[in-house]
Design a protein around this ligand. Structure first.
Ligand code: NVA
Length: 363
C-alpha cells in the first residue's frame, strides 16, 4: 500500500538524501535527565558531567531548558513543513516512572527527544532497536502509535531481540579509554545490542560502528535480519566514548562522505575505489561555555538532508556552513544549540520515514 498523495510505500527509506516526504521529529516535553548507570560513563565524554548525572539523573530537566529545546524543535519542524515535508510527532508518554525487571531497576526512562536512536527505518520496514541503555528500553512506547499506523498503511514492522540488560551485558569495572588508548566499549557480547543511530544508510549498503550501545552481536543480528536485501559493513572508528555513528561517518549524498577527522582514521576502501569525495569536517565552533550534557561539539556533523543538495545544519557553525557550500550543498541554518544542550543534533532529533527513491548501489 502506498502513502497518501505519494506513489511511494508509506515507509521508504534507503539513504540519507533522496527527497524527503515524511519524518518523525522528537519532542522535549517530559524529558528526564538520563539516570546514572554504567553505560553513562562509557558514552558521556566529559568526566565532570558524571557527577551531575549521579546526582540529578532520573529527575526532569529544568523546565526552562525544556522550553528552549522545544523552541529549537519547533523551528526545525517549521523549516521541514515549509519545505513541504510531513512532520509527525511521538505520543506523549510518562518517562518519569521508575521500573524494574528481574535483572535490573532504574530510576526513570529518558525522553522522546531523539527518535533516531530508537527506530531504524530501512526500506519499507521499521525496526525497533534492541537498545543498549537500561533507561531507554521503554522509550519506543512514545512511537508505538506511529508504528501501528505505518503498519496498518502497509509498512513492515519488527522489534529486535528484546535485551535483558542484566549485569552480563556490561563489562564490570569498565573504565573508558583515555585519548590515545586502544578503543573499547562497555558492552559484552552476551546478547545483541544496537541503537538505531549506530547505523547509517547508503542504498544497498548499511554502515554500522560498534559503540557503547552497539556490539558485534547486534551488528550480526542486523545483517542476518536484513539478509540479502542489504549489505551491512562495520566501520572502524576511534572514539573514547562511542555512541552513534552520525557525528562520525555520514554519507551525505551520492559520492560525498562526511567524516570526523578525529574519529575516522581509515576510510573504507569501497569509498576510495568508487571515487567518493571524502569531506573532512572542519572543527566545531560551539563556544566552550555552551552547556552540553549529552554529546560532544562534533554534534554539528549531525545534519539532516532534505535532498541531495539542501541540508539543514545547526546555526552558528559558520565554518562548516561555508565548507558545505564549497562542497556544492545548499545549507539551511536552524537554531539548534539549545536542543543540543540536553539532546543531540538535527539527525538525532528526527527519523526519516519516507523519501522519494529506491534501493541502489552507490559502489
Ligand atoms: N556521541 C556523539 C554524538 C552522536 C550523534 C558525540 O558525542 O559526538
Amino acid at each position: 500500500m502506498t502513502s497518501q498523495n505519494s506513489p511511494y510505500p508509506v515507509v521508504n527509506a534507503f539513504n540519507e538524501w533522496d527527497p524527503l516526504e515524511e519524518i518523525i521529529v522528537g519532542v522535549a516535553d517530559g524529558a528526564m535527565i538520563p539516570p546514572w548507570d554504567i553505560e553513562m560513563e562509557a558514552t558521556v565524554h566529559r568526566p565532570e558531567l558524571w557527577q551531575f548525572y549521579r546526582r540529578h539523573g532520573g529527575t526532569p530537566w529544568p523546565p526552562e531548558m525544556v522550553v528552549k529545546a522545544e523552541r529549537d524543535l519547533e523551528e526545525f519542524a517549521h523549516i521541514l513543513e515549509a519545505e513541504g515535508v510531513t512532520v509527525r510527532r511521538p505520543t506523549p508518554y510518562d518517562f518519569s516512572k521508575p521500573y524494574s525487571t528481574p535483572d535490573f531497576s532504574i530510576a526513570s526512562s529518558c525522553y522522546a527527544l531523539m527518535p533516531r536512536d530508537v527506530l531504524l527505518a530501512i526500506g519499507d520496514e521499521i525496526i525497533e532497536a534492541p537498545m543498549g541503555w537500561r533507561s531507554r528500553c521503554h522509550e519506543l512506547h512514545a512511537y508505538k502509535d506511529l508504528c501501528k499506523e505505518y503498519f496498518r498503511r502497509g509498512a513492515r514492522w519488527v522489534s529486535g531481540p528484546r535485551p535483558q540488560l542484566s549485569e552480563k551485558s556490561y563489562n564490570a569495572g569498565y573504565v573508558a579509554p583515555r585519548e590515545g588508548e586502544p578503543m573499547r566499549t562497555v558492552l559484552t557480547e552476551w546478547e545483541p545490542l544496537l541503537d538505531a543511530a549506530d547505523v547509517i544508510k547508503c542504498g544497498r549498503d548499511l554502515f554500522v560502528a560498534q559503540s557503547s550501545c552497539c556490539n558485534r552481536f547486534g551488528i550480526e543480528w542486523l545483517q542476518r535480519h536484513v539478509g540479502d536485501r542489504f549489505r551491512v559493513h562495520e566501520v572502524e572508528v576511534y572514539d573514547t566514548h562511542p555512541m552513534h555513528i552520525d557525528a562520525t561517518f555520514y554519507p551525505l549524498a551520492p559520492g560525498k562522505l562526511l567524516i570526523n577527522p578525529e574519529r575516522v582514521r581509515k576510510v573504507p576502501q569501497m569509498f576510495i575505489k568508487a571515487g567518493w569525495d571524502i569531506l573532512v569536517c572542519p572543527q566545531p565552533e560551539m563556544p566552550a561555555s555552551h552547556p552540553l550534557y549529552n554529546c560532544s561539539p562534533w554534534i554539528m556533523m549531525n545534519v539532516l538532508m532534505l535532498d541531495e543538495k539542501r541540508v539543514i545544519v545547526s546555526k552558528g557553525e559558520d565554518r562548516f556552513i561555508r565548507a558545505l557550500q564549497g562542497w556544492g550543498f545548499e545549507p539551511i541554518p536552524c537554531a539548534f544549540w539549545d536542543f543540543t544542550t540536553i539532546g543531540g543534533g538535527l539527525h538525532c532529533a528526527s527519523v526519516d520515514i519516507r523519501r522519494r527513491g529506491g534501493k541502489q548501489s552507490y559502489f
